[in-house]
Design a protein around this ligand. Structure first.
Ligand code: ADQ
Length: 475
């Protein structure tokens, strides 16, 4: 039986977080994050429903309206959170899709939970979608949903977007359930990726793992009457105008000046902002900074590194280890090089509001994005969007999706510590003229390719009748 909604988004999490008010009641607050920003206007316009986990264990809350969207919670038991989310999503798929920076773990129990939970999301989507509706499934936690949904509702148009990289076949091939994952994704009409390289890795996996004819951007499914699935890149972005506007506010600029004063007014402020995740290359960045201090190429008091690291996945083993390693390294650097009133590394293991983030971006002379692998990396784009003053330099890992678009950044291979050190020194000493020229070019790119455009382009490609038979340029 069909539901009422013409556009249904299916994501691991709902677009709202539950908050406990002082009087003991609970309410829902819009989650920070780009996906919500991107989809809110379309969802409101199109009469949309959003299916996702509410973040609590056990029986899900009843569906409710919030941020102008119908929210339909999916329930997960404590065991399912452990096996589907922390286990298969974050202990198997996350490391596998990020080039096995740490070893993925393969457990059949985790896989079974992944299948079971994906079925539940698919069922919820099937119940909410109107006849002929569009359903947009998000990210690696839900790769089986497109196929499960098509089985229940062949009338729907189904899109899928992968926010993280899709690995080369030689790596993907390790996955014991590789065929099932590909078949799950091929339930969609359109499978979107961050970079063209991710789309071609996927197409190659379809040829190699399940022997399907895949040419250019199309996979043909002989068992389904020759139905075609398109794979293409749709690089995600940010709400650039909103961030630009915020950074121009006098109170944000005053806060940026205050941050610099509180750091002891060093000549150079360097900044890193990441979820505390092993893909982000935080230890590589700290090592380069430590060596620059020990080589005497930068002096304590002259330069300060602010590292904001949002707590993340704290029940997954590798994240516990990473947190320890980062804390030991920061402690060692500060113990060795700090002087009274001069601390080389400020390590902040917290989450911050959008305004404080904008002030931090404005306060930073050099932004360090040193991911070992990253689907896109929105922080790089946020830094650029905040720098309406055309100052500041971006050091950017070539292993991010953002590197495809922000060619004017100072590119680094974060594994090459000497190269990384040289890049940091170059960024510190870049002339204001050169910095402005680079920043202008990067700002233009981010302004013109914002998150609203990303969502519109994807949905348009999904809706376009006959799109599966034509090559369209999405750049
Ligand atoms: P993430 O791995 O979470 O996203 P990223 O793209 O950098 O990485 O997005 C993080 C977001 O969280 C940014 O908007 C950032 O400002 C914010 N953030 C980080 N630390 C914060 C803090 N301490 N306080 C407040 N906010 C903080 C995944 C993929 C990426 C891809 C995105 C979107 O891994 O490659 O770019 O999805 O598709």
């Amino acid at each position: 039986m069909a539901g009422d909604y013409d556009l249904v988004v299916v994501a691991n999490r709902l677009p709202v977080d539950r908050v406990e008010e002082a009087d003991g009641t609970t309410s829902w607050r819009r989650s920070p994050g780009g996906l919500v920003t991107a989809l809110e206007p379309v969802m409101q316009r199109e009469d949309g429903a959003w299916i996702g986990w509410a973040g609590t264990h056990g029986e899900p809350p009843e569906p409710f309206d919030a941020v102008g969207v119908r929210c339909v919670p999916v329930g997960l038991s404590a065991d399912e959170v452990e096996d589907y989310y922390e286990g298969f999503s974050n202990g198997t798929l996350w490391p596998l899709y990020h080039d096995v920076i740490v070893a993925p773990t393969y457990h059949r129990r985790w896989w079974e939970a992944y299948v079971r939970v994906n079925e539940r999301f698919a069922q919820a989507a099937a119940e909410q979608a109107a006849e002929g509706a569009t359903v947009w499934v998000q990210d690696y936690q839900l790769q089986l949903v497109p196929r499960m949904l098509r089985r229940r509702r062949p009338d729907l148009r189904i899109g899928f977007f992968n926010h993280i990289p899709f690995p080369p076949f030689e790596i993907f091939a390790q996955l014991p359930w590789r065929g099932a994952i590909l078949d799950g994704l091929l339930g969609a009409d359109l499978v979107g990726f961050q970079r063209p390289a991710d789309a071609s890795n996927f197409l190659r996996a379809c040829r190699r793992a399940i022997a399907l004819p895949a040419r250019q951007s199309l996979v043909r499914l002989p068992d389904e009457g020759g139905r075609q699935v398109r794979a293409a890149s749709f690089p995600i972005s940010i709400d650039a105008a909103a961030l630009d506007e915020m950074a121009r506010r006098e109170d944000i600029q005053e806060r940026a000046r205050e941050i610099r004063r509180d750091l002891g007014d060093p000549q150079y402020v360097l900044l890193g902002v990441d979820r505390l995740d092993y893909t982000k290359g935080i230890l590589h960045r700290l090592k380069a900074f430590e060596e620059l201090l020990s080589d005497g190429r930068i002096q304590v008091g002259e330069a300060a590194l602010v590292q904001v690291a949002t707590p993340s996945r704290e029940r997954v083993e590798q994240y516990v280890q990473l947190r320890q390693d980062v804390e030991v390294t920061v402690g060692r650097i500060n113990g060795t090089y700090a002087e009274i009133g001069k601390t080389p590394v400020q390590y902040l293991h917290h989450s911050y509001g959008r305004e404080e983030m904008a002030a931090l971006f404005l306060a930073a002379d050099v932004m360090l994005v040193t991911s070992l692998r990253d689907g896109m990396n929105l922080v790089a784009k946020e830094y650029v969007a905040s720098r309406y003053d055309e100052r500041g330099a971006l050091v950017l890992s070539e292993f991010t999706g953002a590197a495809d678009e922000l060619g004017q950044a100072i590119m680094v291979n974060p594994h090459d510590i000497d190269g990384l050190k040289d890049a940091v020194v170059r960024a510190l000493h870049m002339s204001p003229r050169e910095a402005a020229r680079r920043m202008r070019a990067m700002r233009r790119r981010v302004r013109e390719h914002d998150v609203q455009r990303w969502a519109a382009t994807f949905l348009e490609a999904l809706e376009r009748p006959g799109a599966e038979n034509t090559e369209i340029d999405l750049t």
